[in-house]
Every structure is written in structure tokens, then in C-alpha cells.
Design a protein around this ligand. Sequence first.
Ligand SMILES: CC(C)(COP(=O)(O)OP(=O)(O)OC[C@H]1O[C@@H](n2cnc3c(N)ncnc32)[C@H](O)[C@@H]1OP(=O)(O)O)[C@@H](O)C(=O)NCCC(=O)NCCS
Length: 195
Amino acid sequence: MAAAVWSPADGFPVLRTARTVLREITRADASALFAFRSDPEEQRHNDSPLTEAGQAVDLVDRLARDHRERSALRWGLTLAGEDVVVGLLGFNSWDVHHGRADVGYDLSRRLWGRGLAAEAMTAVLDFGFDRMALQRIEIWTESANVRSVRMAERLGFVREGTLRGYVRADDPPTAGGDGGTRHDVDVFGMLRSDR
Ligand SMILES: CC(C)(COP(=O)(O)OP(=O)(O)OC[C@H]1O[C@@H](n2cnc3c(N)ncnc32)[C@H](O)[C@@H]1OP(=O)(O)O)[C@@H](O)C(=O)NCCC(=O)NCCS
């Protein structure tokens, strides 16, 4: 029998893989979150880097609110045996009605190149299809974000199209910013029937 669809009343789900544990992020993790989310190189193709510790606390609070409202579900990534948050991944937006969500991921730069993010993502995808009743999962990533594109392909996502000039290059906007330079974004999709 299929497991019941997850709801916030069930509590925050903890997911485990061979090398990672994915768990809820709390305010106690704000400084760990700040450590990797403030790295401009790591955030080059992602959200703007955090510049003040208070922004990490705001992010933790936003994640908790999204989780309560079932509009998103994002996990803190820890290495098995070390309860320090070194990554943030999960469903950025969740459309319950259409059974659709998009996933995002980031990992502390010192841990890149070990397959940890991809390994953790397999648990996230299983949870999405098996416990959130998703029919479709998407990845939106800048086309120039080579590691992210490679990971999407390695996970079995299908490249469905490229949105040309979709985001501005100077994000956050700079004074007199260069609205002329823009970045393409690739959209990848995985249907339940693709698995
Ligand atoms: C995107 C991101 C999470 C990918 O992390 P990553 O560690 O590069 O990717 P993976 O987890 O798929 O690891 C794959 C790499 O580990 C290597 N690897 C080593 N051991 C491995 C193993 N046991 N299993 C799989 N891969 C392994 C692979 O060969 C591969 O190397 P390559 O990149 O040279 O081809 C990371 O680059 C990141 O945090 N980027 C910044 C945030 C960001 O831009 N997020 C995307 C927003 S849309």
C-alpha cells in the first residue's frame, strides 16, 4: 500500500542516505547556514550571497513558514555523524494542486566534487514522488552553472528548454547596473513516469 501523502502535521521528515542526513534547519543552524550562503563564489549562479548574519536567521524563519504552509520544503544537509548543516536543498516551490515542484540545491564549496549533493538529491526525489504525490519535478538552473547542469543530467532529468536572457547578470542590482547583460536559464523536468 502506498504511504500517505506527507503533511506538516506529520512533523519535519528526516531523510538519510549512505553519507548524508537531511533534516529541518532551525535558528541554531543560522551561523552554519551563513558560512556557505555568504560565499560569493558558491552563490555565483544562485541566490545573492548573504552579507549579514541576520539574513541567515530570516532565511531560517522563511523556510519554517514555507514548510508550515506547504508552499516549499527544504532540508538542511549534514554529513552522517556530523550534525553541522553544510548544504540546503529541497523543493523551492510546491504546487499541491498540480502535483508539481521545483528543486534547488547548494552545498558548501569545500565539499563539491564528491557526489554528495547528487546522493542527497536521490532521497529528496524519492520523497517528492512517494510522499508528496508529485507528478513532475523541475530544475531551473543558469545554463552556465556547469556543475548544476551536470548534476541534473546525472540524476536523469530531461532538458526541456532554454529561457534566453531570463535573469539579469548584476544580481543584486548595482548602481547604474548592467541591465544589458543577461543569463540564460535551462529548465529540466522529470515526470513520475520517467523514473
Ligand atoms: C550544484 C552543486 C550542489 C553540485 O555539487 P557537486 O558536488 O559539484 O555535484 P555532485 O554532487 O553531482 O558531484 C559530482 C562530482 O563528484 C564526483 N564524485 C566523486 N565521488 C562521487 C560519487 N561517489 N558519486 C557521484 N559523484 C562522485 C563526480 O565525478 C562529479 O565530479 P565532476 O563535477 O568533476 O564531474 C554545487 O556545485 C553547488 O552547491 N553549487 C552552488 C549552488 C548552486 O549553484 N546551486 C544550483 C542552483 S540552481
